[in-house]
Design a protein around this ligand. Structure first.
Ligand SMILES: *Cc1c(COP(=O)(O)O)cnc(C)c1O
Length: 355
């Protein structure tokens, strides 16, 4: 009775191992909904993989992973003065990301022995220091002798051509800012995202003194889609005639067929898909002429039966969805499982079955 993620365990685990072996220093990212798997499960898998550090998105996510993974915990959202102090048992495990000069001083005043990485502003323009700010940050670090600088972090946009030029410029800024602090860990690590294997190799070659630590979520956890299957359960089937009314809004059925009630709704992250057949007036007129159901307002759903994507009879409900199956199509029976295409990062499953 559920929206289920079924994982081919052997295949998934061998993919995870392969990625970890190909990327020394890998930092699994376990934020958000845990890419569909939940952060807790990914924390345990990271422990199994044997990595020494994982990354969460927010401070609020720390408790769920801290008890399932015993290494270091990098928080990707930059620290701000309004972040609550860490529980003492976490303080030594957490690596803060810092992106503003004033926050270096504020954090180290509150937690003098804090572990931190300095984020550099990339072409993403999300968070981080520009070159000038790094000089000031280095100044602050010199004044807080027990601070533990764990490196610099770059959050790069998804690849549009090579990132290497930008990475080199930023690395030169960081080296030039005099962040090298004897006895304080120094600047010997760069944490990066979204670099290709070739770019990572080039970076390691150019900056041989540095440890390059790739943060990876999607390509790690979701990199082998064939290991994953998402299904919904058929909960009810109703034969309908043209003109029968149904649903929350009392719509009428445009032609004979079946209404299916299937598990999976807005609470799972199931949403409306783009209308079928293009949205131009001409395209809509063409579908109308063909008697297309989208022309009467039915919208494509992510559920498919017999490899054909089916239409929502009305927008998804909270935990279930109503589909319309025109007559002629094979009608599944209650209890059957049907395929669902989802965005894993936006989906909450009722059940995760890991073989
Ligand atoms: C989410 C995130 C990642 C991982 O991104 P994926 O595309 O899922 O691999 C890496 N770095 C930062 C800063 C992030 O916020």
């Amino acid at each position: 009775m559920s929206l289920t993620l079924t994982v081919d365990g052997d295949r998934w685990r061998s993919h995870l191992r392969g990625v970890a072996e190909a990327h020394p220093g890998l930092v699994p990212v376990v934020k958000g909904n845990g890419y569909g798997f939940t952060p807790g499960r990914l924390a345990r898998k990271s422990q199994w993989l044997g990595v020494d550090t994982i990354a969460v998105g927010t401070y609020e996510e720390l408790p769920e992973v801290a008890s399932r993974f015993d290494g270091s915990l990098l928080v990707l959202t930059p620290w701000r003065p309004f972040v609550a102090d860490l529980a003492p048992e976490l303080a030594g495990r957490v690596i803060h990301t810092v992106g503003r000069v004033e926050d270096v001083d504020a954090l180290l005043t509150r937690q003098p022995g804090a572990r931190l990485v300095l984020e550099l502003l990339t072409s993403m323009k999300r968070h981080g220091f520009a070159a000038r700010g790094l000089w000031d940050a280095a100044d602050h670090l010199r004044r807080h002798r027990s601070a533990r600088l764990e490196g610099v972090a770059l959050h790069l946009p998804l690849a549009q051509g090579s990132h290497l030029g930008e990475v080199r410029r930023l690395m030169n800024d960081a080296v030039g800012a005099g962040l090298q602090q004897p006895g304080q860990g120094g600047l010997d690590t760069v944490w990066v995202s979204h670099l290709t294997a070739t770019e990572l190799t080039a970076l390691r070659t150019s900056y041989a003194d540095f440890t390059v630590r790739p943060r990876m979520g999607t390509d790690l956890w979701l990199g082998d889609r064939a290991a994953l299957a998402v299904t919904a359960t058929v909960l009810d089937v109703h034969e309908v005639e043209r003109g029968d009314s149904f649903g929350y809004r009392g719509r009428t059925v445009p032609k004979a067929g079946h209404l299916l009630v299937v598990s999976g709704g807005t609470a799972h992250g199931i949403g409306l898909e783009a209308p079928t057949g293009g949205s131009s007036i001409k395209a809509r007129a063409a579908t109308l002429a063909r008697g297309g159901l989208d022309a009467v307002g039915f919208v494509r759903s992510p559920f498919s039966i017999d490899d054909k994507q089916r239409l929502f009879a009305e927008p998804p409900h909270m935990q279930a969805s109503m589909l319309f199956l025109p007559s002629g199509a094979r009608v599944p029976t209650v209890g059957d499982e049907i395929d669902v295409r989802v965005r894993y990062t936006a989906t909450t499953f009722d059940r995760i079955v890991l073989s």
